[in-house]
Ligand binder design. Sequence first.
Ligand SMILES: Nc1ncnc2c1ncn2[C@@H]1O[C@H](COP(=O)(O)OP(=O)(O)OP(=O)(O)O)[C@@H](O)[C@H]1O
Ligand SMILES: [Mg+2]
Length: 434
Amino acid sequence: MQDKILKTSAESADNKEPIITTRGLVKKFSGKTVLRGIDADIYEGEKVAVIGPSGSGKSTFLRCLNLLEIPTAGKIAFGDEIIYESDYYAQKDKLKELKDHKRAYVSGTDDDEVRSLKARESELKAQLKDLKKELEALKTHAKLLKATSYREGAAEDAEKTEKRIFEAVKEKDSIKAEIKSVKDGIKQRKTVVKSSLDDSKIAEMKADIAAQREVTAAALSRHKKFIKKMDKTVDAHRRMTGMVFQHFNLFNNLSVIDNITLAPVKTGIMEAKAQKKALKAAARKGDKDAEARLLTLPHKLEIIENARKQAFELLERVGLKDKAYVYPATLSGGQKQRIAIVRALAMNPKIMLFDEPTSALDPEMVGEVLQVIKKLADDGMTMVIVTHEMGFAREVATRVLFIDEGQIKEDAPPKELFGNPKNDRLKEFLSKVL
Ligand SMILES: Nc1ncnc2c1ncn2[C@@H]1O[C@H](COP(=O)(O)OP(=O)(O)OP(=O)(O)O)[C@@H](O)[C@H]1O
Ligand SMILES: [Mg+2]
């Protein structure tokens, strides 16, 4: 018990209740889709390692779990409680698709011949672009040759270059002419297509759009309601999910002990105030029990005292009790990260989320931080850890998720995932990092 970081062990790996569930989680940043529908269940007691190439969306996934990022679509549940759910953006996309389709139909572009002519047009345009680039290079080369005309072979080279320039200009003109004729072809074909449009089909499309508009509007109203409600629940949710970042994010103007106790004291006082208000209201209505409980509410000083006591216990367990009164600037990276872990633990989270907790550390400090995390894992803490430490993932994780291009491409116990990877992208990734 002595070397345990957590006071009470939550050994419950066989308790098959997911702590966090995500379904169809999508995150877009200004149009760029970073998460493409993530379905994940994190069960109590699990230690889930998340691996994958840089930019694949690992941090975004973790930040969504903590609602540090608000997803674009999908669902997140914490236990039984849905903490995010919205299909608004998905419905909006559907509406856009229907509108685009109708627009294409009435403008005559929804036609195989027009499509193939358009493909030819963009092919020619690409050729023209390449040719223009080549011409520019040839002209620069020709200029250079003039300046170095004394060089042996310069005359032949100049002649060859001039010839190629002449040919390229001719090619350019012919491509331009073809583009013009393709464009004319498109125009003509569109006129033909447009003259034979089916009015009933257009009416059907309009009806579909109108129906989808309503669906989207309803989704928007649900979305707005949810966001409003979420403002209230998000703090409570974050308190239950301890997050540790690559760059520690300690408050440099606060001592170690204040870094650790700041949040628990603040929330402790807020909770006591809320309780006091509720109990007072009940007592006014004659609730004797509430009146009695009012007297047992912790005083502010007691809350501070308890937070400090717990902070010292946690500090002792990570071997940093003697650093309680120093400022973060005097600590090594490994010590800072151990303090950051303690700070997260001080909120008694149900799950810990680590985003590359060791990648900003000097190699000799990686071990001490991984050891603390391993101890925490052994104590039964549920955790999700984004890491590049494959050895650690193999040793500590109960399950590994491989994320690539915003999707979970493989999900297996470490032995299987590292020993017998199935996905090609995973195989390629492992061949680079192992
Ligand atoms: N706030 C943001 N605004 C715009 N784009 C973002 C934002 N956050 C992340 N992205 C983009 O989303 C993609 C995924 O980023 P993310 O940080 O989740 O990747 P990662 O898998 O954690 O990569 P790494 O291993 O390098 O940490 C990247 O292309 C990134 O540029
Ligand atoms: Mg990252």
